[in-house]
Structure formats: C-alpha cells, structure tokens
Design a protein around this ligand. Structure first.
Ligand SMILES: COc1nc(N)nc2c1ncn2[C@H]1C[C@H](O)[C@@H](COP(=O)(O)OP(=O)(O)OP(=O)(O)O)O1
Length: 190
C-alpha cells in the first residue's frame, strides 16, 4: 500500500502497519486538531474524556485549532485548559481520520514532551491519569488502556514513546471505534 491521500507524499515515511479493504473515503473539508502527550520516567499522562467527541475514552490532551491561532499555540492552550500544565512540546506526528457521517476529516498534529511545569489538574473536559509504559503495569500504575482508547492509537503510540516521528490515516465506521482501512508510517532517522 502507498502513502494514503491526505498525508504528506514526499516525506521519508516507511510503512509500519496497513490494513483494510476498498478505496480511501473521499472528503472535502478538514478541521485541524492537536493532541498532546506527556511522558516521563516510564509513565504516560492520558486524559479520561468526560464529554464531547470521544467521551469515556482515554486520549492525549487537545482539541480544535481556533481561528488566528497557530497549531503550536493551540497545543499549548489545550494542554493548559485540559490538564492545567505547561510543557516544551515537540511535534512528533500527523494523523488523518475520516469518520463516516462526520462532514470534516480530522487532521491531528500530535505533540509530546518529557517534562512539564504546573500542577496536573482535572478540567471539565478531561480527568488526567498516569499510566505505566510497561505493558504489565508498574507498582500502582496500570498499563496504557488501549482497550479504552481510539483503535488507531496502538499503531503509533509506541513510536511516540520511543521518541520517533510518524504519520498515519484511518477511515472509521460511523459512531464506532472501528477502522475500515488504515495506514501508518514511521519516519526513518538517518
Ligand atoms: C478517530 O480517531 C481519533 N483517534 C485519536 N487518537 N484521537 C482523535 C481521534 N479523533 C479525534 N481525536 C482527538 C483530536 C482531539 O485531540 C480530540 C477531539 O477534540 P475535541 O472535539 O474535544 O475538541 P475541543 O476543541 O476541545 O472541543 P470543545 O469544542 O468541546 O471544547 O480528540
């Protein structure tokens, strides 16, 4: 499978996962979102989404890029609004999701940081929680709850945890956490 439409075609991406059948779904509009992760000492900070899109699932902290805002500004704002913290965020991935029945495709810029300042605080939208990056958990910390996350996350989160860069696309069924077709690539480092 080649790099899907909607992802940068000239990048140094090597396919790491691909699956599904049929054609990529066509879409006419995209909305830009951010998604931010804090990783530190074998732990990953996730948020339990209390309302809105993705309710009752764990995810990074993020949301829509507002008019007049850069993607980086939006990432820092959402991290502060949803988790109460600031961090030296580094962009590490680009994701495109087309959800059947949702008019605009989700173009998501993913950020990561190894440190943060401030006090992690629950917001109206997210309840922050640390997880162990060890698949068996560590002490009181549970392993990353992939069964309560978007189905795509398991295909790229390990690259983020290893300080790599990635891009991917998935076409989802309407109102279901099911990928109909997907492609994920890792950027090769020289
Ligand atoms: C469909 O697959 C997805 N996978 C993953 N991992 N993350 C996703 C997927 N679809 C959306 N997201 C992310 C992108 C954003 O970080 C959030 C959604 O943002 P939200 O709708 O909550 O945006 P806000 O601006 O915060 O919304 P409000 O208007 O409610 O404040 O999920």
């Amino acid at each position: 499978m080649t790099i899907p439409p909607g992802l940068p075609q000239d990048s140094a991406l090597t396919q790491v996962h691909a699956g599904g059948e049929g054609d990529w779904v066509r879409y006419s509009k995209t909305k830009i979102y951010t998604n931010c992760f804090i990783k530190q000492d074998g732990k990953l900070l996730l948020g339990y989404k209390k309302r809105g899109f993705g309710k009752d699932m764990y995810n990074g902290f993020g949301g829509k890029v507002e008019p007049g805002e850069s993607v980086s500004e939006a990432a820092h704002r959402e991290l502060k609004e949803e988790a109460g913290i600031e961090a030296p965020l580094r962009k590490c991935g680009t994701l495109l999701f087309v959800v059947d029945g949702v008019e605009e495709a989700f173009h998501i810029e993913v950020f990561v940081a190894d440190e943060y300042t401030g006090t992690i605080t629950e917001s109206d939208e997210m309840r922050p929680e640390w997880f162990s990056t060890n698949p068996n958990g560590e002490g009181d910390l549970k392993p990353i709850p992939y069964d309560k996350m978007w189905a795509d996350d398991i295909y790229w989160l390990y690259i983020l945890l290893a300080n790599g860069n990635f891009a991917g696309r998935a076409d989802f069924l309407a109102e279901e956490n099911t990928m109909v077709k997907y492609w994920f690539g890792k950027e090769e480092t020289p």
